[in-house]
Write a new protein. Structure first.
Length: 320
């Protein structure tokens, strides 16, 4: 039996942070499971007469911070003939990202298992998709109307506001009721009322227990969460914004949230998802390229991405 092929679509592998990169961990796990690895970037994908094509290079990965990859010569192939394609291109979620999902959807229709499901990547905006699980969330408003946002602020005294297409803690504002800058912040976020933004009731637990990332593999939670604690001079827990990652065991509330969200996402082909939780409330559902696996692996001696590759293999076996 020939080896199964697994292609990864990602940002330039030479530029990743070896110690933190979850995509590299996925590649290492797939290689250990005897998958043949292939590497592509967004520009390597195209459609011709409805056929999804890619200019791929063979990939070898190494657990070596000085030399973590080697690439072969590029060759053109039909993406639908691959066994698995991991879509791990980081946001921004822009039209180029959307166009890429169209190509990957054609690859899926032509035979490949695409993780995560391309239509889900388009449909499940990481901020807005929390609206499908209101029982898991603090009061939340999605609007482009600044007056509605001001009323929401008056109702809750302190809120968090952010754009719908942000990542890594960028452009996240905490606004208090009597903040003299509130109007200009809302004008900036909504582009003077022409773009949607999200507002959520401020949850003070962010200061003490942080913003916890719970990873779901095929709908099931990893038994540990990565609590991202803000620096003393910042309100953002994101690691990219300088937060500190501290692992902890899941609690009863975490498991409730995972049970509410996980099965729905797994049924829609979202095999690797990160839900962000502050004070027992879900604030985001990350489906594009969730991270945090390597920090949990180091702190608890587990292998998150080996579990993902095992789930991928089970899906392939069922299809076969």
């Amino acid at each position: 039996m020939s080896r199964r092929t697994l292609a990864v679509v990602m940002d330039p592998i030479a530029d990743i942070k070896y110690a933190k990169d979850t995509t590299l961990a996925m590649c290492l796990a797939a290689q250990a499971a005897d998958y043949e690895l292939l590497y592509l970037e967004q520009a390597d994908l195209w459609l011709r007469d409805g056929v999804a094509l890619g200019r791929a290079r063979s990939l070898q990965v190494f657990a070596n911070p000085e030399h973590w990859f080697e690439l072969g010569e590029p060759r053109t192939l039909r993406l639908g003939e691959l066994d698995v394609i991991l879509m791990r291109k980081d946001p921004p979620f822009d039209m180029e990202f959307v166009y890429t999902t169209y190509i990957l959807e054609r690859a899926k229709e032509q035979g490949a298992l695409v993780v995560n499901e391309p239509s889900g990547l388009r449909d499940m905006n990481e901020k807005v998709y929390t609206a499908w699980f209101p029982q898991c969330c603090a009061p939340t408003l999605v609007t482009r109307n600044m007056h509605d946002m001001e009323e929401f602020l008056a109702e809750h005294d302190k809120i968090v506001c952010k754009p719908l297409d942000g990542m890594g803690g960028r452009s996240i504002f905490v606004i208090e009721r009597h903040d003299k800058n509130r109007r200009v912040i809302l004008e900036t976020l909504t582009h003077d009322g022409t773009r949607y933004a999200i507002a959520q009731r401020y949850i003070p637990d962010i200061v003490t227990t942080g913003d916890s990332r719970i990873l779901l593999v095929d709908g099931e939670p990893i038994p540990f969460a990565l609590a991202r604690i803000p620096r003393g001079d910042d309100h953002r827990g994101n690691l990219a914004a300088g937060g500190k990652g501290v692992g902890r065991e899941l609690n009863e509330r975490d498991r409730f949230l995972a049970a509410q969200i996980g099965p729905t996402l797994a049924a829609r082909g979202m095999l690797f998802v990160g839900i962000d939780v502050i004070g027992g409330y879900v604030t985001e559902i990350n489906v594009t390229s969730p991270t945090g696996a390597r920090e949990l692996d180091r702190q608890f001696g587990i292998d998150v991405t080996a579990g993902l590759i095992a789930a991928v293999t089970r899906r392939l076996d069922r299809r076969a």
